[in-house]
Design a protein around this ligand. Structure first.
Ligand SMILES: *Cc1c(COP(=O)(O)O)cnc(C)c1O
Length: 389
């Protein structure tokens, strides 16, 4: 067979860096601060709710295509309670196999071959692959480091829109930079979308993980945006059950129907009993969400300070699980090479941000560490990283 097995659309996406780095962590006995998943499970009562659903025979057979009514109602109530957004649970909420399927289904449904999709670079690794699977062309707009934070250059965003642009794929709070887009930035995005008649798919899986009193603002809450925005949420990060894969979209009936058209042929349905448990999780009192935020903020501070003491320049994140560092103060400028030797040098695994860029050179000296780990694990990582100084 002379033809490559992997088709042209996917040829550029080999195995993800996470597989390589997790293998390296295992081989060297390193602390894995690469992939972003918590090393502690979410609330015990929610775990018990899943067990109860499973035992009671709720969700053990195919749940309804749009998701179980209890969860769709809970998602609608959550959007109203937190953001004042009204969605009809029957026509404007769709449950998905995590945010990952929501992203794939939205792009497969809304993008025509040849359409351009604008995404903020560095971006979450599935975006590029999903745009490619949809036959679209990705157009990265680079978030630039500026005075200790990453900022969106609105002129650059404006200049990226062409007559072929179909949608903007937004992510706030932003992985990997930890940026939370401000009301001013989101207003500019909204004005541009309205002016150029664009759809926006917005990945808000870290909506509850914002620090220092930073406000998460859903783009759909801005004037004129509700009916051109697909908002993606997920229980994985908010409730520390990343293996359950319960996500959702909220959008107008037309957009929801379109996304559902693709989703029904991807997984059809998933996570039956877990959907009931997440319906309960979304109704947890504010103290749960405050506690989660406070816990992660303390972990952010612990790791950020440790990284600074070890000699990194640190971009203190306003949200998410991740802190981005600049390795140049340590005399290095190639994040790939740095991350490949870090396990041997310091017994810690991190991810080179360049993998999240099309303009790899723009991300070359940056390295991402996850802080969604136990305090003692972070303390040990910090003490190991001091070897670098
Ligand atoms: C983790 C993550 C996802 C995936 O969410 P799942 O619900 O686990 O599929 C999507 N987007 C971003 C930015 C993430 O960090």
């Amino acid at each position: 067979m002379t033809r490559p097995l992997l088709n042209r659309r996917l040829a550029e996406f080999g195995t993800t860096i996470f597989a390589e780095m997790s293998a390296l962590a295992a081989r060297t006995g390193s602390i894995n601060l690469g992939q972003g998943f918590p090393d502690t499970d979410g609330p015990e009562e929610i775990r018990e709710a899943a067990v109860r659903a499973l035992r009671d025979g709720r969700g053990n057979q195919y749940p309804p295509g749009p998701g179980v009514p209890e969860l769709r109602q809970a998602v609608a109530d959550h959007q109203r309670q937190w953001y004042g957004l009204e969605y009809d649970p029957d026509t404007e909420v769709l449950v998905t196999a995590g945010a990952t399927e929501a992203i794939a289904a939205a792009l497969l449904a809304l993008v025509e071959p040849g359409d351009e999709v604008i995404a903020l670079e560095p971006y979450y690794d599935s975006y590029a692959a999903c745009v490619a699977m949809a036959g679209g062309t990705r157009v990265p707009v680079t978030l630039r480091p500026h005075e200790g934070a990453y900022v969106l250059d609105l002129d650059e965003l404006r200049a990226a829109v062409t007559d072929r642009t179909r949608l903007i794929l937004l992510n706030t709070p932003h992985n990997p930079t930890g940026t939370v887009l401000s009301r001013a930035e989101l207003t500019a995005v909204a004005e541009l979308a309205i002016e150029r008649d664009l759809l926006v798919v917005t990945d808000e899986v870290y909506e509850h993980l914002v620090f220092d009193g930073t406000e998460h603002i859903p783009l759909a809450s801005l004037p004129g945006m509700r009916d051109r925005t697909v908002t993606i949420g997920s229980s994985g990060k908010t409730f520390s059950f990343t293996g359950w894969k319960v996500g959702w979209i909220t959008a107008s009936p037309e957009l929801t129907t379109a996304v559902r058209s693709a989703k029904q042929f991807l997984t059809y349905v998933s996570s039956g009993p877990f959907q009931y448990a997440i319906a309960e999780a979304l109704r947890l009192p504010a103290t749960y969400f405050d506690g989660l935020r406070a816990d992660l903020q303390a972990k952010r501070d612990l790791l950020s300070e440790g990284l600074a003491q070890a000699g990194f320049a640190v971009y203190r994140p306003a949200g998410t699980y991740f802190v981005t560092t600049d390795i140049r103060p340590l005399g290095a400028d190639d994040g790939f090479a740095f991350c490949r030797t870090l396990p041997e040098r310091a017994g810690v695994v991190a991810i080179p941000n360049a993998v999240f860029y099309d303009h790899r050179e723009a991300g070359a000296p940056f390295v991402r560490f996850a802080f969604c780990k136990k305090t003692e694990v972070l303390e040990e990582a910090v003490s190991r990283l001091k070897r670098l100084a």
